[in-house]
Design a protein around this ligand. Structure first.
Ligand SMILES: NC(=O)c1ccc[n+]([C@@H]2O[C@H](COP(=O)([O-])OP(=O)(O)OC[C@H]3O[C@@H](n4cnc5c(N)ncnc54)[C@H](O)[C@@H]3O)[C@@H](O)[C@H]2O)c1
Length: 275
């Protein structure tokens, strides 16, 4: 893809799924990539694939919830490549469980990774992105940042928070006159390991939920998702809906206002097993 040659791009959660596909597509497009993940085996695999296509890559184990480590990592990446142009705050986890039966710690864990991980990455890299004169923050929310669903309260809260945070950032960058574009990403169902890596509340069957996700909900390949996201980044779009499902759901929510809740209840009630 055009527009990425020579850019330095940082991708979190690059050891699997959308993060891996983003890193590889960026590498193919001539970007230099800094990849990280908590899963070092997955990360090493992505690094091997990037090296095989001749991309310049720096790979590091990084837990996005560890703020001090993230700040030090941002400086290290900037020093290594001499600049940073783009951060893809992509690392994330899923959790299914009704609020009534979900322990505080499970809700907090989702917020820690999916929301605070994004805040940590944005703040750690922002000074370097501004200094580059050509920066871009890309934060991965979800369709679950557009509407809520029973059993997804923790994930909904984190993804709505990412959306709110990122939309404010975009306006702030314009007001401050900083050379930093900002994009919020709302993927629909993407064929990744997210459901297999997920945790669930007691009484729910994780394998059944993962099967349901893989067979009925995940329609878009991570490679296609990465190309859609990079096209939006190239055009400096405020937001990008990934997949036909995301587009349809966005329209439904806009048309029905709060009415979507009753509409979706029937569907999710039938589809998703309750604990
Ligand atoms: N797959 C989908 O249908 C879908 C839909 C909407 C949004 N998303 C979002 O897309 C992003 C990528 O998800 P994916 O589908 O590729 O899932 P995935 O499970 O395939 O990949 C996520 C990666 O993030 C890493 N990760 C998890 N916790 C981490 C942490 N604390 N620090 C660093 N890395 C961590 C995992 O090890 C994994 O490699 C997530 O933010 C997810 O919420 C996915």
């Amino acid at each position: 893809m055009e527009g990425f040659a020579g850019k330095v791009a940082v991708v979190t959660g690059a050891g699997s799924g959308i993060g891996r596909a983003l890193a590889i597509e960026l590498g193919r497009s001539g970007a230099k990539v800094a990849i990280s993940d908590v899963n070092v085996e997955g990360l090493a695999d992505t690094e091997r694939q990037l090296k095989a296509i001749g991309a310049e890559v720096k790979a590091d184990r990084l837990n996005v919830t560890e703020r001090e480590a993230f700040l030090a990592y941002a400086d290290a990446v900037n020093e290594h490549f001499g600049k940073v142009n783009q951060i893809y705050n992509n690392a994330g986890i899923a959790y299914t469980g009704d609020i009534e039966v979900s322990p505080f710690k499970d809700i907090e864990r989702v917020m820690d990774v999916d929301f605070w991980g994004v805040v940590n990455g944005t703040k750690a890299f922002l000074p370097h992105l501004i200094a580059s004169g050509d920066g871009h923050v890309i934060n991965v929310s979800s369709v679950f940042g557009l509407f809520s669903s029973p059993g997804q309260a923790a994930y909904n809260a984190a993804k709505f928070a990412v959306r709110g945070f990122t939309e404010a950032l975009r306006q702030e960058m314009v007001l401050a006159g900083h050379p930093v574009a900002v994009t919020t990403v709302h993927p629909g169902g993407i064929k990744t390991a997210i459901a297999r890596n997920a945790t669930v509340a007691e009484g729910l069957d994780r394998d059944e939920l993962a099967k349901l996700f893989d067979k009925r909900l995940a329609h878009t390949s991570p490679q296609r998702a990465a190309r859609i996201i990079l096209e939006a980044v190239r055009k400096k779009r405020a937001r990008v809906l990934v997949g036909a499902d995301a587009k349809v759901l966005d329209i439904l929510v806009r048309l029905t206002g709060s009415g979507y809740q009753r509409l979706f209840l029937t569907v999710t009630g039938r589809l998703i097993p309750r604990s």
